[in-house]
Write a protein that binds this ligand. Structure first.
Ligand code: GLA
Length: 735
């Protein structure tokens, strides 16, 4: 068993292979956070609750309750009764007063892990995961809170989620329900978050945690380009290999908050959950509310270990797609090739040339439906534009298949253009505040998916097309954020449920899609990478990482993304130069090697690029297939970072059995008066010989790790190299 309860000391102990998480109970039943860190052998640590120290618990010597509440390391703090730090649960009663107090009632432990109704959630077999539920109650409200902890031992992950049930007689209003909290002593923590903008997603940011609250958040209806539902607190000087890391990542695709608060008593409270801005959930007697899952990783071996825990966890316990470990057809997408200006002939010309160069699938992007010749109309009118696609979609797919390529298609099902037949017929289907001019973004509104008939319509539009022809792939896009929150169907006291209901509806639609079309390869997308989160990975094995396809800009974007997510999930394409977003020209080989650290595909007009570039495509496609399994299943190591002011970037993927490793080195800018560089490799077997493919050079694993590998002869800007090390079958070559 990985979960234990010590009755005598009233202590829960959760063990992964390398970590321990301890929860304690006070005599009154407050649930306290005792410890999270390196694994410890037996029960202990209860003294860390410090209930004998001032400020004492209220029942022992009648000290003021508020002094206790504002100090005690709460496992799941509630608002309104005297803990002035950030709360996780705010409940308002029918009299309009806000306050809740949770005390322990009972607990259960089980093998396996139940799902979360309507929400994406990690999963595992009875051998892989165990679950503890601690049930607490507020007797005054008749409210029960079930705190769920699941222990994934091998990946060193603990997931948390919360179920709130109204077992009383009055309607309650949940004004805040976060998913996780960690109260810790101050370790001079620094916080690592991911920030960005359109075309600049998930750059790594590191800063010191100061007194007060520091957070990243979104109330855009999706995580957004700007901030990310991830927070890591690290001890000072933490590197890839050293230091302590407490990380949380949120399995949710809507509004979020991730916050660290340094308090007057020098404690740190770290929380994660649905943002409370514009959130309120009416909970009638007999009803329950489920807060989404938060994924917790502790590493005592730096950020690299954290990264590999997340990667293994998402690969083993979150992504369900049959494509997870499969070769995915190398695609060519026509977006940057043609934008809206295409027809059957153009697409077929691209398809023919693509086939001749080894590409395996054509994806028709935005612009094939309604009268959409630019981005200002037709969202909602999902009927093929036969002026462009002569003979209809079935005919196009047939011809593309005949050429020998699979066919994929773009949708943006959640949207409605003011200039669309759908809007003219159902103006009330758009999210809007009655009587107020609605706000357009990219000339579009958002469909009110909280309404059944609206999501049925949107789903059926997609499904009808997919039923009509052999379509192998869908890119599901979402190109604006939510504003003017108002639903024509929701009662006034439920309007603040719209943000969350929208996300639940999105999940319901995607669940229907993957159930009806189990062999479909689904790629999620949101104006580039604004909805790249573990929730979406539950439905699609890959997500478009960014609209920025420039190989050099991608270094930072992919480094930040790969800090959490497996590289096989990052949509990455080779595009044309000068790059459409930044105007930079990089070698075609570099573009290919950078895209190899993602799903790998093309986004260019193959009929127009130079013959020298085109000639490299067959080799690049072969390169993808050669390394696909290693990239999908291997261990990722960040070796150097351009982000750290280095003039170069370097990462590697090592097979879990140590049989091979692929190192990617990118010199961003050439440097004058420089020598070769030594890079230290990771993840190799120390006493094993490795041959550098294509050469006679043989190295020992420990030599490559400690003495390092010499990167020689890289001259010029934007140059990249791949080094493939393969275990020598005969391991006697070196002394
Ligand atoms: C978004 C996507 C792009 C492309 C366009 C089409 O921006 O990220 O890849 O599909 O929409 O409008």
């Amino acid at each position: 068993m990985r979960i234990h309860y010590d009755e005598k000391n009233r202590l829960f102990k959760l063990d992964t292979d390398h970590t321990t998480y301890l929860i304690g109970l006070t005599p009154e039943g407050y649930l306290g956070h005792v410890y999270y860190g390196r694994r410890i052998g037996n029960f202990g640590g209860a003294y860390r609750l410090r209930i004998e120290e001032a400020p004492f618990t209220p029942s022992v010597n009648q000290r003021e309750k508020s002094a206790f509440l504002d100090y005690f390391p709460m496992e799941y703090p509630t608002g309104g009764i005297g803990d002035y730090r950030e709360s996780c649960l705010n409940v308002r009663n029918e009299q309009g007063c806000m306050g809740a107090e949770l005390l322990y009632l009972s607990h259960t432990m089980e093998k396996g892990k139940p799902g979360l109704p309507g929400l994406p959630a990690s999963f595992g077999s009875e051998e892989e995961v165990e679950t503890l539920r601690i049930i607490c109650e507020d007797r005054v409200l008749g409210l029960k809170a079930e705190l769920m902890y699941s222990v994934f031992a091998a990946e060193d992950v603990i997931t948390r989620s919360v179920k709130i049930s109204n077992e009383g007689k009055e309607n309650l209003r949940l004004e805040k329900v976060y998913s996780a909290c960690l109260d810790m002593d101050n370790e001079d923590f620094e916080m690592i978050t991911l920030h960005g903008a359109w075309a600049r997603e998930r750059h790594i940011q590191r800063r010191k945690v100061g007194y007060g609250k520091q957070m990243v958040s979104s109330f855009k209806g999706e995580p957004g380009h700007q901030e990310h539902p991830f927070l890591a607190l690290v001890t000072p000087d933490t590197t890839q290999e050293h230091g302590e890391v407490y990380a949380m990542n949120f399995v949710y695709s809507g509004n979020f908050i991730a916050q660290a608060e340094l308090t007057q008593f020098h404690q740190v409270r770290m929380v994660m959950g649905i943002h409370s801005e514009e959130f309120c959930w009416k909970l009638s007697p007999g009803e329950s509310f489920y807060a989404p899952e938060a994924v917790l990783v502790y590493s005592s071996e730096g950020l690299g270990k954290m990264t590999r825990s997340f990667h293994d966890f998402y690969r083993n316990h979150m992504i369900r797609s049959p494509y997870k470990y499969k070769s995915r057809p190398v695609l060519i997408n026509n977006w940057e090739a043609t934008y809206f200006d295409f027809d059957t002939e153009k697409l077929l010309a691209i398809a023919r040339e693509a086939k001749a160069n080894g590409i395996e699938m054509l994806v028709m992007d935005d612009g094939w439906f309604g009268k959409r010749n630019k981005d200002d109309s037709s969202l909602g009118d999902w009927e093929v534009n036969e002026e462009k696609i002569t003979g209809g979609l079935g005919e196009l797919v047939r011809k593309v298949n005949e050429i020998g390529l699979k066919f994929g298609i773009w949708f943006e099902p959640e949207m409605i253009s003011p200039d669309s037949n759908l809007y003219r017929k159902h103006p009330d289907w758009a999210i809007q505040i009655g009587g107020r001019e609605n706000t357009q973004s990219r000339a579009q509104y958002v469909l009110d998916l909280s309404r059944c008939e609206v999501r049925d319509y949107a789903y059926e539009c997609v499904a009808k097309i997919l039923r009509s022809a052999p379509i192998a792939y869908v890119k599901w896009d979402m190109n604006r954020q939510l504003s003017n929150l108002g639903s024509a169907r929701l009662a006034p006291d439920q309007q603040q449920e719209l943000f969350h209901r929208y996300v639940l509806a999105l999940y319901e639609m995607q669940e229907r899609l993957v159930t009806e079309f189990p062999d479909l390869l689904l790629e999620n997308c949101s104006g580039g990478g604004a909805r790249f989160d573990p929730g979406m990975l539950y439905y699609s094995p890959q997500i478009w990482c960014s609209d920025d396809t420039d190989a050099i800009e991608r270094l930072r974007i992919q480094e930040g993304t790969a800090m959490i997510y497996p590289i096989s999930t990052m949509g990455a394409h080779v595009s044309d130069c000068p790059n459409h977003t930044v105007g930079r020209t990089t070698p075609f080989a570099t573009r290919g090697q950078v895209a190899l650290a993602g799903t790998f595909g093309y986004e260019l007009d193959i009929t127009k690029i130079s013959s020298e570039d085109r000639a490299q495509i067959p080799e690049q496609v072969a390169m993808y297939h050669k390394y696909q399994e290693l990239m999908q299943k291997g261990d990722y190591y960040r070796i150097h970072s351009w982000n750290d002011e280095k003039p170069y970037d370097c990462w590697m993927v090592a097979a879990k059995d140590g049989s091979e490793a692929l190192v990617t080195y990118v010199q961003v800018l050439g440097q004058p008066n420089e020598r070769s560089r030594i890079i230290s490799l990771k993840g190799l077997l120390p006493d094993t010989d490795y041959r550098l493919e294509g050469t006679k050079e043989v190295y020992r694993g420990d030599e490559l790790e400690n003495c390092g590998f010499l990167v020689r002869d890289v001259r010029g800007d934007f140059q990249s190299r791949l080094y493939h090390f393969v275990k020598e079958e005969n391991n006697n070559l070196t002394i």
